[in-house]
Ligand binder design. Sequence first.
Ligand code: C2E
Ligand code: CA
Length: 394
Amino acid sequence: LLIDDEPFTLRLLTHQLKGLGHEDVTGCEDAREALARVEGAPGTIDLILLDLQMPGSDGIEFIRHLARLHFSGGVILISGEDERILQTAHRLAEAHQLRVLGAVHMPVPPERLRTLLAAGGTGSAGAHRVAKRYTFDELREAVAGNQFINWYQPKVSLRTGAVVGVETLVRWQHPVDGLVFPDAFIALAEDGGMVDALTRPTLQRALAQARAWRDRGMALHVGVNVSMDDLADLDFPDFVAGAVAAAGVPVESLLLEVTESRLMKNALASLDILTRLRLKHIDLSIDAFGTGHSSLAQLRDIPFDELKIARGFIHGASHNPSNRAIVEASLGMAHHLGMQTVAEGVEDLEDWELLRTLGRDFAQGYFIARPMPGEAIPDWMRGWETRRPELVPL
Ligand code: C2E
Ligand code: CA
């Protein structure tokens, strides 16, 4: 479905889409009429190309309506406005949980349109993870029944390409729904004060996996995500130290990634706990730096070892001057503070090359590897070795 008040643009895009093999294209000059179509035939529209400026109803308003209708197809935003407005609209649409394939300027080069469509898949089911809503009781049962497993995502050195470690990402192995991702349950666990019951076994599984890798000659660091709520319990550092000892791995092989997804309930207790973890030589990472509440004040007050720059700033930074400035400044700041850095969300070769130019520490992201079960890591490492000479020329 194309929505644009300019008949010429509609004709042009229709022609382009047909050229790419998309025969079933409908153009609408009027946003209200387009909305009626979406409402009238739920699940039948795979893709919407939406002009942000239209008389009567602007694109932003349309995005809100799509979100209200839980539109699950792809969305491409088009506009003649400047890049930052387009990017803001993109973020807004994503924040509304829409599956945004991209935001582009008119006229859209056919090549760009082709890549956008290829990346998004065109079926409305697509590769989109529709986060089902679970109740707290369902989650509690799952925790009691140990229905959680760990996946791991590699982290590599930008300088040498060496695999330095992995980040642990929890998955819910749901008996009916299959693999459920954390966006469907972490916040729920946090709200219900149950995140600790999730984190602790996840940490134990990660340490056991680290032990198993070590036994095969792979000394990988494991990062484990902890919520601020985990840091409200004064016995947490002892629990962690105990778990490390029980697994029989060196304490240096564990890193805790701390995100402050909500305001600290008790700032003093978290500071106490974080400092004690450091005294026990457990490394701390400030996760998703630059988003939410991970702030400069925390960088100053808490002895973090590592700073992970949020993926929203990394991917595409080579052609987004604002993001690039933020990435460079964050890297410089971390360096001055004596912290190591990880760039999250390295999704393509351009991201990888930019970060190599900026020349700091570590990278993680789909370009390097998607998260995978622990058993898949050794095979992935062998494959990575074959890519490595090309990506890290001597
Ligand atoms: P995070 O710590 O920022 O983790 C990285 C997320 O980004 C993961 O999503 C990962 O699959 C995804 N990702 C990695 N590379 C790329 C990339 O190149 N592009 C894009 N677009 N995404 C990428 P996942 O596994 O769905 O986890 C989401 C969040 O859930 C995590 O964000 C973390 O905050 C939280 N989480 C995961 N496991 C745990 C856990 O065991 N305990 C707690 N408390 N939180 C967890
Ligand atoms: Ca993390």
